[in-house]
Write a protein that binds this ligand. Structure first.
Ligand SMILES: [Zn+2]
Ligand SMILES: [Zn+2]
Length: 243
């Protein structure tokens, strides 16, 4: 082996080593939830199994529990602007901790784990476009990233569907929905989004981390349909259930 080749090989090896240690640094060394050894995965097997999946029987429109998976009373009474909702988990302990941490620590490792969970749900109708729910520019600047976009990546990759992160904006910084009583959330989010493209005939898949009242997703769906979208579906990691 020539000196140049040997230097090159050495360099490749150290680059590979550096890449591996970078990847390892993204992961907590132990289970993120209980600190038991978890190898190279975010959660140990018991913690991964403890995450509460959505109940099998739920409303196809809003994903709240509903006998025989029929449309729930709320959706029958007032049909939302979105056409369907899929959720992987129920929004409860310990998943809530994981989602809250997504915004602060081990962001890439958690986003990767949650994104892969999101990508595992079946996709009966292939969307034309995937749209992570946008943050306002002020919120984006403050946080540095959009968690909905981070968790949408594996799904967009596996479906080979484009994500739009440039033509649909959150126009203004609304009061954070979580700080408001449920009844005021729809009013707070009204006219919060703007869309700069023609979506005539398109099926759009909205991605978000948590769906609580659905007011944000409903307003976004309303905006997209006003720009021609034929169908708008939600896919969220976790559905908060009314009690
Ligand atoms: Zn654990
Ligand atoms: Zn419903």
């Amino acid at each position: 082996m020539s000196i140049t080749a040997s230097v090159a090989t050495g360099l490749t090896t150290s680059l590979a080593k550096a890449a591996r240690s970078c990847a390892a640094a993204l992961l907590p060394q132990n289970c993120f939830l209980c600190a038991a050894p978890s190898g190279d995965t975010l959660l140990c097997a018991p913690c991964a199994a403890s995450l509460a999946h959505l109940t099998a029987e739920h409303c196809p429109v809003c994903a709240l529990p509903s006998p025989a998976s029929s449309a729930c009373g709320g959706c029958l009474k007032q049909r939302p602007h979105f056409d369907a909702t899929q959720a992987v988990f129920r929004y409860e302990f310990p998943l809530d901790r994981l989602i809250q941490s997504l915004k602060y620590v081990h962001r890439l490792a958690i986003a990767d784990f949650l994104g892969r969970e999101l990508a595992q749900l079946s996709t009966p109708q292939r969307p034309d476009l995937i749209l992570p729910v946008p943050l306002s520019s002020a919120r984006l600047a403050q946080r540095g990233f959009n968690q909905a976009l981070e968790i949408a990546r594996p799904l967009a990759r596996s479906l080979g569907v484009p994500m739009d992160i440039t033509h649909i904006h959150r126009r203004r910084d609304t009061t954070p929905q979580a700080s408001l009583p449920w009844k005021e959330r729809a009013k707070n989010i009204r006219h919060a989004f703007e869309c700069e493209i023609d979506l005539t005939g398109k099926t759009v898949l909205l991605i978000d981390d948590v769906m609580t009242t659905g007011a944000t997703l409903n307003e976004l769906a309303r905006t997209l349909k006003a720009h021609g979208a034929a169908r708008v579906e939600n896919r969220v990691l976790a559905r908060a259930l009314k009690d």
